[in-house]
Design a binder for this molecule. Structure first.
Ligand SMILES: Cc1ncc(C[n+]2csc(CCOP(=O)(O)OP(=O)(O)O)c2C)c(N)n1
Length: 311
């Protein structure tokens, strides 16, 4: 069925209100967007690695999740949900479970790019029928904004603080979506929130209903760590896409496909200047750092266009 914003928004939420995530946080928006793609008649088992999402939505004895929810440790959401999927398959074969279940893991970038990486990689390689969703806010936010391998270059974090000798994080961001493509799984996509959530919805639907392992990387800004005011969430996501900092693409059975090509690619400063974590880059003496970031974005964008057969 073609995407209809109104129909989708009128579906009952599977992550309820009243949780404790910050105003202006991208993670619950990402979660709702993904879960909305579930058919109402399908059940789901959801697992979340430790992180802001888990600690703020699942405080025993309270839960904001309408579906079954497992809090796993930081390092093993991939292993946990893949084990549940394997058990389900066995029980289904024996006729002990009638309902249809889907298996979805959520993790922040700390729990995905770094600490849970081995269990994610194993689950994907084994080809479990599951979706792993990374809500990428670019740092270990829950414990006080420490840098992760998803933190972009020159971002200020509590472990890459600014000073006479430091302009923020020294290393660039790991390209996790590319690494997941290297697992030869049927579906990998990169998305965020744009306008009417169509991109997030359609990719979530494909990820959930493509048999086998799927990975979604969702850019999910953090108002505390990125230092923006809550109402700017959607604007920042849009700028991430329009500047090609966070291109939207999908890889279906190894075929790269660009989902959106900006009509006028905006300069990266439009994205950076909205966020306090990059404020220092706008000092006169740091102009060369901005140029370096722009060159890096351009290079990666050109490479992506080639992979997608756009040039
Ligand atoms: C093995 C392990 N190391 C460290 C921690 C402490 N810890 C809990 S949440 C968290 C940060 C989570 O970061 P991320 O996965 O990026 O999610 P976010 O909090 O940003 O949503 C850390 C370091 C832990 N629970 N387990």
């Amino acid at each position: 069925m073609p995407y209809n914003f109104k129909t989708e928004m009128n579906k009952p939420e599977r992550l309820t209100g009243g949780h404790r995530m910050c105003a202006g946080c991208g993670a619950p928006v990402a979660v709702r967007g993904v879960l909305r793609a579930l058919k109402p008649e399908d059940e789901a088992v959801i697992c979340s690695a430790t992180g802001c999402l888990e600690v703020s939505t699942f405080l025993y004895p309270y839960t904001a999740w309408k579906d079954s929810f497992i809090h796993s440790a930081f390092e093993n959401a991939g292993a946990t949900i893949s084990g549940v999927e394997a058990a389900y398959k066995a029980l289904k074969r024996k006729g002990k479970i009638k309902d249809n279940y889907k298996f979805i893991a959520f993790g922040g970038d700390g729990g995905t790019y770094d600490i849970g990486f081995q269990s994610l990689s194993g689950a994907m390689e084994r080809g479990h029928d599951m979706v792993y969703v990374c809500y990428d806010n670019g740092a270990y936010m829950n414990t006080g904004i420490q840098r992760s391998s998803a933190t972009p270059k020159y971002a200020s974090t509590t472990t890459t603080p600014l000073g006479d000798e430091s302009s923020g994080k020294v290393q660039g961001k790991k390209d996790l979506s590319d690494i997941m493509v290297g697992h030869n799984i049927p579906y990998v996509a990169q998305t965020t929130f744009m306008g009417n959530f169509k991109d997030l919805h359609e990719k979530s639907e494909k990820a959930i209903y493509t048999p086998g392992a799927a990975f979604l990387n969702v850019l999910a800004p953090c108002p505390r760590g990125w230092n923006y005011s809550p109402e700017k969430l959607m604007e920042i996501c849009k700028l991430a896409v329009e500047t090609c900092y966070w291109p939207l693409f999908e890889v279906i059975n190894g075929e790269w496909k660009l989902s959106y090509k900006p009509k006028n690619k905006l300069p990266i400063i439009d994205f950076l200047k909205k966020q306090g974590r990059f404020k220092h880059l706008f000092k006169e003496e740091n102009k060369h750092l901005l140029e370096e970031i722009q060159n890096d974005v351009d290079l990666k964008w050109e490479r992506l266009l080639k992979k997608c057969g756009e040039v």
